[in-house]
Design a protein around this ligand. Structure first.
Ligand code: BTN
Length: 329
């Protein structure tokens, strides 16, 4: 696995270009105390990471949309009142933040390890899908959590994580039309805004470790993007304002640090009312892909295990523990 830190000169270059103006390479070099060719190398690096930069022969370089880099200190200062101990690592590049934390399993610590990356080279979604993860625009966050519980008691965990993301978005002012589609797709007007990938391992009865991954679309330009084949949106597109990713990262971490211990202690029951408020499937005609089967029914909420409830034509209500749901138009 390769993980890298962002070179301080590159950080400073991004800051200089964040005014959306053109700057000649010679001026940028002077400001940074590096040669023009070193400036060019950093520019080339940014382009390779998928950043759109305008290059003009005489005017120089322009960043059309500012990049607000993640900053561990900034995030931590927003979290000073959080009672649960945590440790935070911000990476420039990693294959997947979930995979990165897998390598930390077994390194016992009281503080919950959180990891954020500017860019994932092999971001993973649910059901074996790829999670497209361009540099410096979205949130790719994972944490590693130990539970003194049996695997079977953690079925609702990923649903609670979805509710934590919704709570964070609400704190940021996104209150309308944010829904959760079982098990944990966060949608705005039926478009995907965030997703959750939890991976749980249990070696002994009564003890389990979960890697919890959250991908939240924040400032990525909403343009057709290879690898994404569903309707999607971003916080920027919804609000019309470039978002402070550090603030959103802190809000998500804060909600996770509050809600996961509550879930570990009391299960899913205290969260059912909030689920109901945001349930995208409630009273909708649903198709559930479950193994090789396609099952239809009307969404009837979830049970305390976090299983989806569907009402069938004969009036029976059945619960389903896994699958992919589609709302019939
Ligand atoms: C989904 O398919 O909806 C789940 C997407 C989860 C993506 C996040 S980004 C951070 C973490 N690292 C990964 O590789 N995946 C999760």
């Amino acid at each position: 696995m390769t993980t890298k830190r962002i070179p301080p000169k590159l950080k400073s270059l991004i800051n200089l270009l964040n005014d959306s103006l053109y700057h000649p390479g010679s001026w940028l070099g002077q400001q940074l105390g590096i040669s023009r060719s070193a400036v060019w190398k950093y520019i080339h690096q940014l382009q390779q990471w998928g950043i759109t930069l305008n290059v003009h022969k005489s005017k120089g370089y322009q960043l059309p949309q500012p990049i607000f880099l993640l900053d561990a200190q900034h995030i931590e200062t927003e979290l000073t009142t959080t009672s649960h101990p945590f440790q935070l690592e911000v990476l420039s590049h990693v294959n997947s933040t979930n995979d990165y934390l897998k390598s930390k399993i077994g390194t016992a610590t009281n503080a919950i390890p959180f990891c954020l990356a500017e860019h994932q080279t092999a971001g993973r979604g649910r059901l074996g899908r790829t999670w497209i993860s361009p540099f410096g625009t979205n949130l790719y966050l994972s944490c590693l959590w130990s539970f003194q519980q049996d695997l079977s008691e953690l079925a609702g965990l990923s649903l609670v994580v979805g509710l934590a993301v919704i709570a964070a978005l609400r704190e940021q002012g996104l209150r309308d039309e944010i829904k959760i589609k079982w098990p944990n797709d966060i949608l705005w007007q039926h478009k995907k805004l965030a997703g959750v990938l939890t991976e749980i391992s249990a070696e002994t009865y009564g003890y389990a470790q979960a890697i919890i991954g959250v991908g939240l679309n924040i400032n990525m330009p909403v343009i057709p993007t290879p690898g994404i084949n569903q309707d999607w949106t971003t916080v920027h597109a919804i609000t019309g304002t470039i978002q402070d990713r550090n603030k959103l990262a802190a809000l998500v971490i804060k909600q996770l640090l509050q809600m996961i211990p509550h879930f570990a202690q009391s299960g899913l029951k205290p969260f059912l009312a909030t689920w109901r408020q945001h349930d995208a499937l409630f009273d909708k005609v649903i198709t559930l892909e479950h193994g090789n089967n396609q099952i239809s029914g009307i969404g009837a909420g979830i049970n305390t295990n976090g299983h989806l409830l569907l009402r069938h034509v004969d009036g029976t209500i059945c619960s389903y523990s896994s699958g992919n749901t589609t709302i019939q138009k």
